[in-house]
Design a protein around this ligand. Structure first.
Ligand code: GLN
Length: 423
Protein backbone atom coordinates (compact mmCIF):
# COMPACT_ATOMS: atom_id res chain seq x y z
CA UNK A 1 0.00 0.00 0.00
CA UNK A 2 1.47 3.42 -0.97
CA UNK A 3 1.29 5.90 1.87
CA UNK A 4 -1.38 8.61 1.44
CA UNK A 5 1.21 11.01 2.86
CA UNK A 6 3.18 10.51 -0.37
CA UNK A 7 0.00 11.11 -2.37
CA UNK A 8 -0.41 14.37 -0.46
CA UNK A 9 3.16 15.46 -1.24
CA UNK A 10 2.48 14.73 -4.95
CA UNK A 11 -0.41 17.18 -4.82
CA UNK A 12 1.84 19.91 -3.36
CA UNK A 13 3.97 19.59 -6.49
CA UNK A 14 0.94 19.47 -8.81
CA UNK A 15 -0.74 22.48 -7.22
CA UNK A 16 2.34 24.68 -7.61
CA UNK A 17 3.17 23.49 -11.14
CA UNK A 18 2.34 26.79 -12.82
CA UNK A 19 4.55 28.92 -10.56
CA UNK A 20 7.50 29.76 -12.76
CA UNK A 21 8.32 33.26 -11.58
CA UNK A 22 11.81 34.16 -10.42
CA UNK A 23 15.20 33.48 -11.93
CA UNK A 24 18.13 31.15 -11.43
CA UNK A 25 20.98 32.56 -9.33
CA UNK A 26 23.56 33.65 -11.86
CA UNK A 27 26.20 35.32 -9.70
CA UNK A 28 27.48 31.77 -9.23
CA UNK A 29 27.76 30.73 -12.93
CA UNK A 30 27.36 27.02 -12.24
CA UNK A 31 23.97 27.59 -10.56
CA UNK A 32 22.67 29.27 -13.71
CA UNK A 33 23.09 25.90 -15.45
CA UNK A 34 20.52 24.17 -13.18
CA UNK A 35 17.34 22.66 -14.63
CA UNK A 36 14.73 25.28 -13.64
CA UNK A 37 11.89 22.72 -13.78
CA UNK A 38 13.40 20.36 -11.27
CA UNK A 39 11.25 20.14 -8.14
CA UNK A 40 11.11 18.05 -4.97
CA UNK A 41 9.60 18.01 -1.49
CA UNK A 42 10.33 15.87 1.57
CA UNK A 43 9.30 15.67 5.16
CA UNK A 44 10.74 13.70 8.04
CA UNK A 45 9.01 13.05 11.36
CA UNK A 46 10.80 13.14 14.70
CA UNK A 47 10.59 9.33 14.55
CA UNK A 48 12.89 9.47 11.53
CA UNK A 49 10.47 8.40 8.79
CA UNK A 50 11.12 10.29 5.55
CA UNK A 51 8.45 10.90 2.89
CA UNK A 52 9.59 12.45 -0.39
CA UNK A 53 8.06 13.27 -3.76
CA UNK A 54 9.30 14.73 -7.07
CA UNK A 55 12.99 14.64 -8.01
CA UNK A 56 13.84 13.12 -4.67
CA UNK A 57 17.32 11.93 -5.63
CA UNK A 58 18.31 15.14 -7.39
CA UNK A 59 21.39 16.65 -5.76
CA UNK A 60 21.93 20.37 -5.44
CA UNK A 61 24.26 22.52 -3.36
CA UNK A 62 23.16 23.20 0.20
CA UNK A 63 24.35 26.85 0.06
CA UNK A 64 23.02 28.95 2.92
CA UNK A 65 21.10 26.05 4.45
CA UNK A 66 24.54 25.04 5.75
CA UNK A 67 24.67 28.19 7.90
CA UNK A 68 22.53 27.04 10.84
CA UNK A 69 24.62 23.87 11.08
CA UNK A 70 27.97 25.69 11.06
CA UNK A 71 26.58 28.04 13.69
CA UNK A 72 25.30 25.10 15.77
CA UNK A 73 28.72 23.44 15.57
CA UNK A 74 30.45 26.66 16.64
CA UNK A 75 28.15 26.76 19.67
CA UNK A 76 28.97 23.12 20.51
CA UNK A 77 32.70 23.92 20.21
CA UNK A 78 32.94 27.18 22.10
CA UNK A 79 29.70 27.57 24.07
CA UNK A 80 26.96 30.07 23.32
CA UNK A 81 28.45 32.97 25.25
CA UNK A 82 31.73 32.87 23.33
CA UNK A 83 29.95 32.66 19.96
CA UNK A 84 27.74 35.62 20.88
CA UNK A 85 30.94 37.63 21.38
CA UNK A 86 31.58 37.22 17.65
CA UNK A 87 28.17 37.14 15.99
CA UNK A 88 24.91 38.92 16.88
CA UNK A 89 21.34 37.59 16.74
CA UNK A 90 19.43 40.57 15.32
CA UNK A 91 17.56 40.33 12.01
CA UNK A 92 19.38 42.58 9.56
CA UNK A 93 16.48 43.36 7.24
CA UNK A 94 19.11 43.36 4.54
CA UNK A 95 20.05 41.03 1.70
CA UNK A 96 22.11 37.94 2.57
CA UNK A 97 25.30 39.31 1.02
CA UNK A 98 25.06 42.90 2.30
CA UNK A 99 28.49 44.45 2.83
CA UNK A 100 27.91 45.64 6.37
CA UNK A 101 28.50 44.96 10.02
CA UNK A 102 26.38 46.25 12.89
CA UNK A 103 27.63 49.86 13.34
CA UNK A 104 27.14 49.69 17.11
CA UNK A 105 28.81 46.37 17.86
CA UNK A 106 31.10 46.03 14.84
CA UNK A 107 29.94 42.39 14.59
CA UNK A 108 27.94 40.59 11.90
CA UNK A 109 24.29 41.10 12.78
CA UNK A 110 23.46 37.40 12.69
CA UNK A 111 24.85 34.04 11.51
CA UNK A 112 22.35 33.59 8.66
CA UNK A 113 23.74 36.40 6.51
CA UNK A 114 27.07 35.81 4.81
CA UNK A 115 29.14 38.00 7.16
CA UNK A 116 28.00 36.00 10.20
CA UNK A 117 28.25 32.69 8.36
CA UNK A 118 31.87 33.33 7.34
CA UNK A 119 32.66 34.22 10.96
CA UNK A 120 30.94 31.01 12.16
CA UNK A 121 32.82 28.91 9.62
CA UNK A 122 36.14 30.36 10.82
CA UNK A 123 35.19 29.53 14.42
CA UNK A 124 34.90 25.79 13.70
CA UNK A 125 38.33 25.46 12.10
CA UNK A 126 40.58 23.46 14.37
CA UNK A 127 44.27 22.60 14.13
CA UNK A 128 43.75 19.05 13.00
CA UNK A 129 40.60 18.93 10.88
CA UNK A 130 39.73 21.64 8.34
CA UNK A 131 36.36 23.29 9.00
CA UNK A 132 35.00 22.01 5.66
CA UNK A 133 35.77 18.41 6.59
CA UNK A 134 34.08 18.88 9.92
CA UNK A 135 31.01 20.23 8.13
CA UNK A 136 30.96 17.31 5.67
CA UNK A 137 31.26 14.92 8.61
CA UNK A 138 28.35 16.67 10.32
CA UNK A 139 26.14 16.62 7.19
CA UNK A 140 26.91 12.92 6.72
CA UNK A 141 26.04 12.17 10.33
CA UNK A 142 22.75 14.05 10.01
CA UNK A 143 21.77 12.64 6.59
CA UNK A 144 23.01 9.10 7.33
CA UNK A 145 25.03 8.92 4.13
CA UNK A 146 28.37 10.22 2.91
CA UNK A 147 27.79 13.83 1.79
CA UNK A 148 30.39 15.27 -0.62
CA UNK A 149 31.13 18.55 -2.37
CA UNK A 150 29.90 19.59 -5.81
CA UNK A 151 33.33 20.65 -7.05
CA UNK A 152 31.95 22.44 -10.13
CA UNK A 153 29.79 24.69 -7.93
CA UNK A 154 32.64 25.26 -5.47
CA UNK A 155 35.16 26.34 -8.12
CA UNK A 156 32.56 28.43 -9.94
CA UNK A 157 31.80 30.38 -6.76
CA UNK A 158 35.45 30.62 -5.75
CA UNK A 159 36.22 32.25 -9.08
CA UNK A 160 33.51 34.87 -8.53
CA UNK A 161 33.68 35.22 -4.75
CA UNK A 162 34.93 38.80 -4.52
CA UNK A 163 31.97 40.00 -2.54
CA UNK A 164 32.41 37.37 0.16
CA UNK A 165 36.13 38.11 0.18
CA UNK A 166 35.31 41.79 0.67
CA UNK A 167 33.09 40.85 3.61
CA UNK A 168 35.80 38.68 5.13
CA UNK A 169 38.35 41.51 4.94
CA UNK A 170 35.84 43.85 6.55
CA UNK A 171 35.39 41.32 9.38
CA UNK A 172 39.11 40.86 9.70
CA UNK A 173 39.63 44.61 9.96
CA UNK A 174 37.11 44.80 12.80
CA UNK A 175 38.89 41.97 14.64
CA UNK A 176 35.96 39.58 14.17
CA UNK A 177 37.52 36.87 12.04
CA UNK A 178 39.50 34.05 13.60
CA UNK A 179 41.03 32.91 10.27
CA UNK A 180 42.77 34.51 7.32
CA UNK A 181 40.13 36.07 5.00
CA UNK A 182 41.00 34.01 1.86
CA UNK A 183 41.10 30.76 3.86
CA UNK A 184 37.82 31.52 5.63
CA UNK A 185 36.05 32.37 2.35
CA UNK A 186 37.43 29.35 0.49
CA UNK A 187 36.26 27.08 3.32
CA UNK A 188 32.87 28.77 3.59
CA UNK A 189 32.29 28.46 -0.16
CA UNK A 190 33.14 24.75 -0.07
CA UNK A 191 30.80 24.31 2.89
CA UNK A 192 28.04 25.90 0.78
CA UNK A 193 28.83 23.56 -2.14
CA UNK A 194 27.99 20.39 -0.15
CA UNK A 195 25.72 18.38 -2.40
CA UNK A 196 22.39 17.24 -0.89
CA UNK A 197 18.88 16.01 -1.72
CA UNK A 198 15.57 17.03 -0.15
CA UNK A 199 15.67 13.74 1.78
CA UNK A 200 19.01 14.69 3.32
CA UNK A 201 17.70 18.12 4.25
CA UNK A 202 14.50 16.72 5.75
CA UNK A 203 16.59 14.44 7.98
CA UNK A 204 18.88 17.32 8.94
CA UNK A 205 15.86 19.49 9.76
CA UNK A 206 14.26 16.62 11.69
CA UNK A 207 17.35 16.46 13.92
CA UNK A 208 16.75 20.11 14.81
CA UNK A 209 13.02 19.35 15.27
CA UNK A 210 14.05 16.51 17.58
CA UNK A 211 15.96 18.83 19.95
CA UNK A 212 19.36 17.97 18.43
CA UNK A 213 19.17 14.16 18.42
CA UNK A 214 19.32 12.42 15.03
CA UNK A 215 15.98 10.57 15.04
CA UNK A 216 17.19 7.30 13.47
CA UNK A 217 20.62 6.82 14.99
CA UNK A 218 19.68 8.30 18.35
CA UNK A 219 22.97 10.25 18.40
CA UNK A 220 22.87 13.56 20.22
CA UNK A 221 24.44 15.88 17.64
CA UNK A 222 23.56 19.26 19.18
CA UNK A 223 22.67 20.15 22.75
CA UNK A 224 19.06 21.02 23.54
CA UNK A 225 20.06 24.54 24.50
CA UNK A 226 22.10 25.05 21.33
CA UNK A 227 19.29 23.69 19.16
CA UNK A 228 16.74 26.01 20.76
CA UNK A 229 19.03 28.96 20.14
CA UNK A 230 19.74 28.04 16.50
CA UNK A 231 16.02 27.56 15.79
CA UNK A 232 15.24 30.96 17.30
CA UNK A 233 17.79 32.64 15.05
CA UNK A 234 16.43 30.74 12.02
CA UNK A 235 12.93 31.97 12.88
CA UNK A 236 13.95 35.62 13.04
CA UNK A 237 16.75 35.77 10.44
CA UNK A 238 16.61 32.64 8.26
CA UNK A 239 14.74 34.19 5.37
CA UNK A 240 16.79 37.42 5.27
CA UNK A 241 14.82 40.52 4.35
CA UNK A 242 11.68 38.38 3.88
CA UNK A 243 11.88 37.00 7.44
CA UNK A 244 8.85 38.90 8.77
CA UNK A 245 6.68 37.91 5.85
CA UNK A 246 7.81 34.31 6.26
CA UNK A 247 7.16 34.16 9.99
CA UNK A 248 3.64 35.51 9.59
CA UNK A 249 2.63 33.38 6.60
CA UNK A 250 4.55 30.09 6.98
CA UNK A 251 5.45 30.47 10.63
CA UNK A 252 8.29 28.01 11.15
CA UNK A 253 12.05 28.43 11.61
CA UNK A 254 13.57 28.01 8.18
CA UNK A 255 16.62 28.57 6.00
CA UNK A 256 16.87 28.99 2.26
CA UNK A 257 19.79 28.53 -0.12
CA UNK A 258 20.50 30.16 -3.49
CA UNK A 259 20.53 26.80 -5.29
CA UNK A 260 16.76 26.72 -4.62
CA UNK A 261 16.34 24.72 -1.44
CA UNK A 262 14.36 25.72 1.64
CA UNK A 263 14.50 23.74 4.85
CA UNK A 264 11.99 24.24 7.67
CA UNK A 265 11.69 22.89 11.20
CA UNK A 266 8.54 22.44 13.24
CA UNK A 267 9.97 21.81 16.72
CA UNK A 268 8.87 18.54 18.22
CA UNK A 269 7.12 17.42 15.05
CA UNK A 270 8.76 17.43 11.64
CA UNK A 271 11.54 18.64 9.38
CA UNK A 272 10.54 19.73 5.87
CA UNK A 273 12.53 20.53 2.73
CA UNK A 274 11.54 21.78 -0.71
CA UNK A 275 13.57 22.41 -3.84
CA UNK A 276 12.92 24.48 -6.96
CA UNK A 277 15.79 26.56 -8.40
CA UNK A 278 14.13 29.81 -9.52
CA UNK A 279 14.60 32.54 -6.90
CA UNK A 280 12.51 35.54 -5.89
CA UNK A 281 14.19 38.95 -5.39
CA UNK A 282 15.15 38.02 -1.80
CA UNK A 283 17.13 35.01 -3.03
CA UNK A 284 14.55 32.48 -1.76
CA UNK A 285 13.08 29.79 -4.04
CA UNK A 286 9.91 31.34 -5.51
CA UNK A 287 8.02 28.07 -5.96
CA UNK A 288 9.59 26.72 -2.78
CA UNK A 289 8.06 29.54 -0.74
CA UNK A 290 4.63 28.70 -2.21
CA UNK A 291 5.09 24.99 -1.50
CA UNK A 292 6.05 25.79 2.09
CA UNK A 293 3.03 28.08 2.48
CA UNK A 294 0.73 25.29 1.38
CA UNK A 295 2.40 22.73 3.60
CA UNK A 296 2.08 25.11 6.52
CA UNK A 297 -1.61 25.80 5.92
CA UNK A 298 -2.58 22.22 5.10
CA UNK A 299 -0.62 20.59 7.88
CA UNK A 300 -1.22 23.23 10.55
CA UNK A 301 2.52 23.87 10.89
CA UNK A 302 2.39 27.52 11.94
CA UNK A 303 4.16 27.89 15.28
CA UNK A 304 1.71 30.48 16.53
CA UNK A 305 -1.26 28.22 15.88
CA UNK A 306 -2.19 27.08 19.35
CA UNK A 307 -3.01 23.67 20.63
CA UNK A 308 -1.47 21.41 18.02
CA UNK A 309 -0.16 18.48 20.02
CA UNK A 310 2.92 16.56 18.98
CA UNK A 311 1.62 13.29 20.40
CA UNK A 312 0.53 10.45 18.17
CA UNK A 313 -3.14 10.11 17.21
CA UNK A 314 -2.87 6.38 17.77
CA UNK A 315 -3.55 5.72 21.44
CA UNK A 316 -3.77 1.93 21.27
CA UNK A 317 -4.73 -1.02 19.10
CA UNK A 318 -7.20 -3.47 20.60
CA UNK A 319 -8.82 -6.64 19.38
CA UNK A 320 -12.47 -7.51 19.95
CA UNK A 321 -15.17 -9.88 18.77
CA UNK A 322 -17.92 -8.11 16.89
CA UNK A 323 -21.02 -10.04 15.79
CA UNK A 324 -19.03 -13.23 16.32
CA UNK A 325 -16.11 -12.11 14.16
CA UNK A 326 -12.67 -10.87 15.17
CA UNK A 327 -12.12 -7.13 14.80
CA UNK A 328 -9.19 -4.71 15.15
CA UNK A 329 -9.94 -1.46 16.97
CA UNK A 330 -7.66 1.54 16.46
CA UNK A 331 -8.25 3.92 19.36
CA UNK A 332 -7.44 7.50 18.30
CA UNK A 333 -6.93 10.63 20.37
CA UNK A 334 -6.30 14.39 20.33
CA UNK A 335 -6.09 16.70 17.34
CA UNK A 336 -5.57 14.87 14.08
CA UNK A 337 -2.91 16.79 12.12
CA UNK A 338 -0.49 15.24 9.68
CA UNK A 339 2.30 14.72 12.17
CA UNK A 340 -0.02 13.06 14.68
CA UNK A 341 -1.72 10.66 12.21
CA UNK A 342 1.54 9.70 10.51
CA UNK A 343 2.22 6.95 13.04
CA UNK A 344 -1.31 5.55 12.56
CA UNK A 345 -0.99 5.48 8.77
CA UNK A 346 2.47 3.91 8.99
CA UNK A 347 1.26 1.27 11.45
CA UNK A 348 -1.57 0.29 9.07
CA UNK A 349 0.81 0.07 6.11
CA UNK A 350 3.56 -1.81 7.93
CA UNK A 351 1.29 -4.08 9.98
CA UNK A 352 -1.99 -4.31 8.05
CA UNK A 353 -4.95 -5.42 10.18
CA UNK A 354 -5.42 -9.19 10.04
CA UNK A 355 -9.16 -9.06 10.69
CA UNK A 356 -11.89 -8.25 8.16
CA UNK A 357 -13.56 -5.80 10.52
CA UNK A 358 -11.59 -2.65 11.27
CA UNK A 359 -12.93 -0.11 13.77
CA UNK A 360 -11.68 3.43 14.27
CA UNK A 361 -12.67 4.66 17.71
CA UNK A 362 -12.62 8.47 17.55
CA UNK A 363 -14.28 9.03 20.92
CA UNK A 364 -11.18 10.84 22.20
CA UNK A 365 -10.51 12.88 19.05
CA UNK A 366 -10.87 16.66 19.36
CA UNK A 367 -10.38 18.12 15.89
CA UNK A 368 -9.49 16.75 12.46
CA UNK A 369 -7.60 19.02 10.06
CA UNK A 370 -8.38 18.75 6.32
CA UNK A 371 -5.18 16.94 5.28
CA UNK A 372 -5.55 14.48 8.14
CA UNK A 373 -9.13 13.85 6.98
CA UNK A 374 -8.01 13.34 3.40
CA UNK A 375 -5.17 11.07 4.38
CA UNK A 376 -7.38 8.97 6.63
CA UNK A 377 -10.15 8.71 4.03
CA UNK A 378 -7.57 7.45 1.52
CA UNK A 379 -6.34 4.95 4.06
CA UNK A 380 -9.95 3.83 4.55
CA UNK A 381 -10.35 3.46 0.76
CA UNK A 382 -7.28 1.29 0.56
CA UNK A 383 -8.55 -0.89 3.41
CA UNK A 384 -11.99 -1.25 1.79
CA UNK A 385 -10.35 -2.14 -1.53
CA UNK A 386 -8.46 -4.86 0.27
CA UNK A 387 -11.75 -6.34 1.51
CA UNK A 388 -12.04 -4.88 5.00
CA UNK A 389 -15.26 -3.58 6.52
CA UNK A 390 -14.79 -0.27 8.30
CA UNK A 391 -16.77 0.98 11.26
CA UNK A 392 -16.34 4.48 12.63
CA UNK A 393 -17.18 5.41 16.22
CA UNK A 394 -17.36 9.18 16.22
CA UNK A 395 -19.83 10.39 18.87
CA UNK A 396 -18.70 14.02 18.65
CA UNK A 397 -19.10 14.06 14.85
CA UNK A 398 -15.56 15.30 14.32
CA UNK A 399 -15.74 13.98 10.75
CA UNK A 400 -19.37 14.51 9.75
CA UNK A 401 -18.81 14.10 6.00
CA UNK A 402 -16.46 11.15 6.28
CA UNK A 403 -16.55 8.70 3.39
CA UNK A 404 -13.86 6.85 1.54
CA UNK A 405 -12.27 8.69 -1.39
CA UNK A 406 -14.42 6.67 -3.88
CA UNK A 407 -17.48 8.21 -2.25
CA UNK A 408 -18.51 4.98 -0.53
CA UNK A 409 -20.08 5.69 2.84
CA UNK A 410 -18.51 4.20 5.90
CA UNK A 411 -20.57 2.50 8.59
CA UNK A 412 -20.98 4.71 11.63
CA UNK A 413 -21.82 3.27 14.99
CA UNK A 414 -22.51 4.92 18.29
CA UNK A 415 -20.51 3.89 21.33
CA UNK A 416 -23.64 2.08 22.48
CA UNK A 417 -23.90 0.09 19.24
CA UNK A 418 -20.26 -0.93 19.62
CA UNK A 419 -20.98 -2.20 23.12
CA UNK A 420 -24.16 -4.01 22.09
CA UNK A 421 -22.44 -5.77 19.19
CA UNK A 422 -19.31 -6.78 21.11
CA UNK A 423 -19.14 -10.27 22.56
N1 GLN B 1 27.40 30.54 -1.13
C1 GLN B 1 26.39 31.54 -1.27
C2 GLN B 1 26.97 32.93 -1.07
O1 GLN B 1 27.76 33.12 -0.19
C3 GLN B 1 25.29 31.28 -0.29
C4 GLN B 1 24.22 32.33 -0.32
C5 GLN B 1 22.84 31.80 -0.09
O2 GLN B 1 22.54 30.64 -0.26
N2 GLN B 1 21.94 32.70 0.20
O3 GLN B 1 26.67 33.83 -1.78
Amino acid sequence: MRSPILDYLDTIIEQTEDINSGALADYIPELAAADPESVAVALCTVNGTVYASGDTDHRFSIQSMSKPFAYALAIEDHGLEAVLEHIGVEPSGEAFNELSLDPETGKPRNPMINAGAIAAHALIADDEVPAVDRMLGLFSQLAQRQVGIDEAVASSELATGDRNLGLAYLLHASGGLTQDPPAAVAGYIRQCAASVTVRDLALMAATLANAGTQPNTGERVFSRKGTKHVLSVMASCGMYDAAGDWLTTVGIPAKSGVAGGIMGVLPGQIGVAVFSPRLDPHGNSARGVQMMQRLSEDLGLHLMETGRPARSSLREIRTATIEGQPATIYVLQGDMVLSSIESLVREIIENPPSTDIVIFDMTRVDEVLPVARRTSSETATKLIDEGHRIILIDPENTVTDFQDSQGRPITRWSTQQLEENSD
